[in-house]
Design a protein around this ligand. Sequence first.
Ligand SMILES: Cc1ncc(COP(=O)(O)O)c(C=O)c1O
Length: 380
Amino acid sequence: MKIFDVYTTCQIEPVRGSGCYLWDSNDNKYLDMYGGHAVISVGHSHPYYINAIVSQLGEIGFYSNAAKNNLQDKLAGLLGKVSGYEDYSLFLCNSGAEANENAFKTASFITGKKRVIAFKGAFHGRTSGAVAATDNKNIVSPFNSLHQITFVQMNDLDTVEKELSAGDCAAVVIEGIQGVAGIHEPKKEFLEDLFSITKKYKALLIIDEVQSGTGRTGKFFAHQHTSVRPDIIAIAKGIGNGFPVGGILLSGEIQPKKGMLGSTFGGNHLACAAATAVLEIIVDEKLMERAESIGNYLIKGLADIKNGCGSGKIKEIRGRGLMIGVEMEPEYASVREKLLSEGKIFTGQSGSNVIRLLPPLTIGKSEADLFLESFKKLLA
Ligand SMILES: Cc1ncc(COP(=O)(O)O)c(C=O)c1O
């Protein structure tokens, strides 16, 4: 049997990781500026994280949601405290797509409506509803057209209001910062006004923080740089640091109905141990503060390169904290491959010419300098 050939993979196989570094089978060392797609939040092989999972496995690794699991309550309590959403409730699942799928279902249960407004360039995952709300025709199958999704240009409030005024919308879904589209943050005033108009038309606001959450932008969620407190927040990726964990936070003003959602593996003992350890490390090591300061340092360093040897080669630098997009002029996009082959630095990509930086939140100034120096050298 062969593995489905659906991914575009580079030829390097990481076999070991520590902190912000990876090693391949030939013992070559790489700087991880990609975090396995914004998943590695507290660094590779963090001893506290490993110990939390291993010791939990020694007690009990899994039991069904048909039985009580206090680890879920402990995780919800800590997540509420760290994120500032103590009055919300938490449903646990296993991935970002599932989180969004459950968010849409919840919105539909609560409002009794079906239509969802999403934004051009959006990515919300690969399951049926989540992919239908994703603006990429190549990954939406005919089956997904069963869902009623309307795409609107981001920051175009008038069009969103026109759509909402039809009265058939369950929700508006928006990423805290669009990741796959190439790091695009909604304007602060737009997000705040969007929240008000969803209230006016009795639709729910879902913010997808799967990629932009878990402290990556310097606040626990990217939308916390605004005054918005959404009805539903989708989380995944960094909250598990590689252990599959997803979830939705639901406003305390909304009462979930018994039986409306469910999952065999969601909120299992190992997942709770992993996510709890991640949150404890984020607090203990002040990783949100670090994401902000090292993020600012990287953005400033990149701006200096753009004004120097990157002039005419770097088109734009976007982002916040450790969620940064460097849009290259198309003829210089191959610098990303050179970063990997010559600089031994993993980065992510959006489209054909945006380099995406999503390093572990544990990144230090020396790693930021290593990246900036290598990038500068390769561009010069
Ligand atoms: C904003 C956003 N939502 C949802 C997802 C889907 O997450 P998963 O692959 O865990 O289903 C992703 C994955 O990249 C994402 O970036």
